[in-house]
Design a protein around this ligand. Sequence first.
Ligand code: ADP
Ligand code: MG
Length: 349
Amino acid sequence: MDTSPDTTQSHLELASVSHWYGKVCAVDSVSLSVRPGSFFTLLGPSGCGKTTLLRLVSGFLDPDAGSIRIGGVDQAGIPADRRRVGMVFQDYALFPHMTVTANIAYGLRMHRVPRDERADRVHAVMQRLDIEDLRQRYPHELSGGQQQRVAVGRAVVLEPLLLLMDEPLSNLDAKLRVRIRAELKELQQRLGITTVYVTHDQEEALSLSDDIAVLDQGRLQQQSDPVTIYEKPVNPFVAGFVGSANMLRLTGQNGVRRLCMYRPEWLYVAPTGAKADDPNTEIRTGTVTAREYFGPTLRYRVALADDASPVYVDAPSRPRTGQRDTFAPGDNVALYIPTDGGWEIPDRG
Ligand SMILES: Nc1ncnc2c1ncn2[C@@H]1O[C@H](COP(=O)(O)OP(=O)(O)O)[C@@H](O)[C@H]1O
Ligand SMILES: [Mg+2]
């Protein structure tokens, strides 16, 4: 059997993959496909099976059912050290007593790559990652972003077809996380390597990914691009996990009632008494019951006169000239709903 991968399709394909830990089904018949060169994210709450999926792909665990193909090659029976998969862990797991050079060269030494070739490959990777100046430093002498580069370098020096990353930003504070997130995206694009990224953070997933797979309790809920995931979730779980979802009952011109999802920024509030000049806008009256200040935006909670569930509406915290005012709790408002702008969520995706 020919096990050499076809590098023109260095992607990943999972077909009905399941994994059980004793009686716990951690991964339940998951099928997904990762396009070559893409940034692919597994998104879901803690315990939904993300790490287990990465372990199955890297070969540290075997599936109980289903198949995994990397670059078109079925991975059944191929041990972890012979899979062309690189891994970046949450804490980067750099060897503290080794320099940057030694950290990156480590895998090549394990694979008994001759000294000269080793030096060439380590040098080439450091050049691509722009970390040559750091070569003699130890991990504790590096910033978070630099450590991440070294961790990526250590993985890509082995020329993997796939780079797997398990929540690599979750140990960082909020500000640093956003900066390193941007660096990571830039790095992935520069290397052009197919990447499977794991996170429970929807903002990270939406901003980084070409495609996202949303998981819940071991099951794939939806696989799509970020805009589709956010704007057209296939079920209430996805709708609620990737953002705030208002569910509103609208009556169409034909009298048919539809249940539609609206993100808070798809709606707006205005002083009562205003008239909709647009036939595709429905107006309901309500009262602001809470207001949260986020800096750039305000989020209002509005109790509607004719609906038990509160509606959340986002507005700029400092309206531009000529635009509507801001409101305070207790204010009566008109809620403007663009009737053709909602998304009718299928009952079950
Ligand atoms: N080694 C293990 N033994 C038993 N159960 C495990 C083990 N690892 C994970 N699990 C269980 O499998 C499920 C998925 O875990 P995991 O893949 O780590 O989720 P995630 O990475 O999304 O947080 C959870 O219910 C978890 O408790
Ligand atoms: Mg995990």
